[in-house]
Design a protein around this ligand. Structure first.
Ligand code: AMP
Ligand code: MG
Length: 526
């Protein structure tokens, strides 16, 4: 007898799902079972109805093994930690066993890719299992869906490790992001430029809805579905929009306003920490302002505003310094999709116009914190002239960093220590143009004298990470994982969960990247 599932809802084991799960009988040695997570599943996206998705179980992945696991994300879900040791969960997350209470599906969306309308996309290799403890749980790399187009529905080990580590690294840095529970790997081969092996990342977020979900229904003039989706997002994630008195009390304009603000804040964080997303297509933009879809991303090594981290992005549309403008462009695409609901163009433009001031304010705030410039009362910070001077100080610093291609994370960490020890020699050593640094430093020291040094140093150490997921660190962990040594993934995870701490045993990972790091080519291929 099949045990009842946690939510009391029927398991989706009919039709294609049943066929898929039965096929797992051939793929794994264990008998067909249902995995019980003990979580109470409440699958609200599923209730939107079939216009929004295709019900479908993940495809079986033979002989899976654990590659990386996050206890913090297990806690977030309320998943007992011992489950992350269980073969049954391992098989379930590899698509080999259904999970009690879930109602798996692949959602449909559209989007603009590299500035052009791409039409229908959708979860081509992702499967939303359901929602537990307020979080959607999604498998990425879980096999073919009706939206796979020319793809194989799979994700390779390399990109899955990158997504897993970067999700948790972003969270460790305090940046809004989707999360990742684990990566499971398999020896099943997947063809990319070379033959690689397949893996599945289990991703976790309050919602995986993208700008592209809205664009999809707008492009098809499906107003009823567009309204349903917008109301769902407002009621669940932006309830204040229902009663907001701003923007003519237009709930949809207020939704656009809120999404604009959250997106601006997210990108401000990216720019401050030196994160390059790589593929800011509208289908990779979260409606919750979360960093989503980690593909050819990169944390800057040397500071270069024109840096293009995605080898496929020949024109540099998504170059580092263009990210704020691209985010704004993407918000225009969202606004366009919401226009049938907002109805009033002036209101939409008013919402969109908040992007630049919100971005600028948050970015300045983050950059000042990196410099240890607190905003405590008595610092005269509120004076416009002080703000403007700080702005110039930051802009001039970035020019120097760019001119000398100074290593971005190392500069900030050394500066933090400089302020703590009053020894700036190691910072100065990073520059070729030392007189230019000295001139800037004099201005900085003067400004710093207006704040308590101890307070500044403490703020800087909490703001300037010692460890970021540099491409080469990821590569080392990936190479080891390909040889079935997963300790590098685990130790990087531990480090990146607390990137501001010293971790003296990992000192080498805070050093300059090796020469070969600049030869790493990361493309859209994943
Ligand atoms: P991305 O550039 O990874 O955001 O992917 C863009 C679209 O292509 C999304 O709809 C993905 O689901 C889909 N896609 C990417 N890789 C694959 C793949 N290997 N198989 C099927 N669909 C894919
Ligand atoms: Mg994507």
């Amino acid at each position: 007898m099949v045990p009842p599932n946690a939510s009391g809802m029927p398991l989706q084991t009919q039709g294609l799902n049943a066929a898929r799960h039965n096929s797992t009988m051939n793929a794994v040695s264990e008998p067909f079972q249902i995995h019980h997570t003990g979580l109470a599943w409440n699958n609200q996206f599923h209730r939107l109805g079939p216009d929004f998705y295709t019900p479908l179980a993940p495809q079986a992945l033979p002989q899976p093994y654990w590659v990386g696991r996050s206890l913090a994300v297990a806690d977030l879900l309320g998943l007992p930690q011992d489950q992350l040791q269980s073969d049954s969960l391992l098989n379930a997350l590899a698509g080999n066993q259904p999970i009690s209470g879930t109602q798996p599906l692949a959602s449909v969306y559209s989007g603009h890719q590299f500035g052009h309308w791409a039409g229908q996309l959708g979860d081509g290799r992702a499967c939303l299992l359901g929602e537990a403890n307020g979080f959607e749980v999604q498998l990425k790399g879980s096999g073919l869906t009706p939206y796979s187009r020319m793809g194989d529905g799979r994700a390779v080990l390399r990109s899955s490790i990158r997504e897993f580590l970067c999700s948790e690294a972003m969270h460790g840095l305090g940046i809004p992001t989707t999360r990742a529970l684990c990566v499971v790997g398999s020896d099943e081969e997947v063809a990319r430029e070379h033959l690689e092996t397949a893996a599945v990342v289990t991703r976790v977020a309050p919602s995986f809805i993208r700008f592209g979900h809205f664009e999809h229904f707008a492009a098809r003039n499906q107003l009823a579905q567009l309204t349903t989706l917008a109301n769902y997002v407002i009621e669940r994630y932006y309830p204040a929009c229902q009663t907001a008195s701003t923007l003519d009390a237009n709930r949809y304009a207020n939704l656009l306003l809120e999404v604009t603000e959250r997106t601006a804040v997210m990108v401000a964080h990216w720019q401050a920490v030196g994160f390059c997303h790589g593929v800011m297509n509208t289908d990779n933009m979260s409606i919750l302002g979360l960093t989503i879809d980690f593909g050819p991303f990169q944390f800057l090594d040397a500071y270069d505003p024109d840096h293009i981290c995605n080898h496929t992005d020949r024109g540099g549309r998504y170059a580092f310094a263009r990210q704020p403008d691209i985010a704004h462009w993407n918000l225009y695409a969202l606004a366009q999709a919401l226009m049938p609901l907002i109805e009033d163009q002036a209101l939409a433009l008013q919402a969109l116009d908040t992007f630049k001031p919100v971005f600028e304010r948050r970015w300045q705030q983050l950059m000042r914190a990196k410099l240890g410039l607190t905003e405590a009362a008595g610092t005269a910070f509120d004076q416009t002239s002080q703000r403007e001077q700080d702005h110039t100080l930051i802009a001039d610093l970035l020019k120097l960093l760019a001119q000398d291609r100074v290593d971005y994370p190392i500069f900030w960490r050394r500066l933090s220590h400089g302020v703590a020890n009053q020894n700036f020699a190691p910072v100065r050593d990073l520059f070729l143009d030392r007189p230019a640094f000295d001139a800037w430093h004099m201005r900085y020291a003067e400004r710093l004298s207006t704040v308590a040094p101890h307070q500044a140093a403490t703020l800087m150490r909490k703001t300037n990470p010692k460890y970021v997921l540099r491409n080469y660190l990821g590569e080392l962990a990936i190479e080891a994982a390909k040889a079935k040594d997963f300790s590098g993934v685990a130790s990087l995870l531990t480090l990146l969960e607390q990137p501001f701490d010293e971790h003296p045993e990992h000192e080498t990972k805070a050093a300059f990247p090796p020469d070969w790091a600049s030869q790493i080519e990361i493309s859209c291929s994943s």
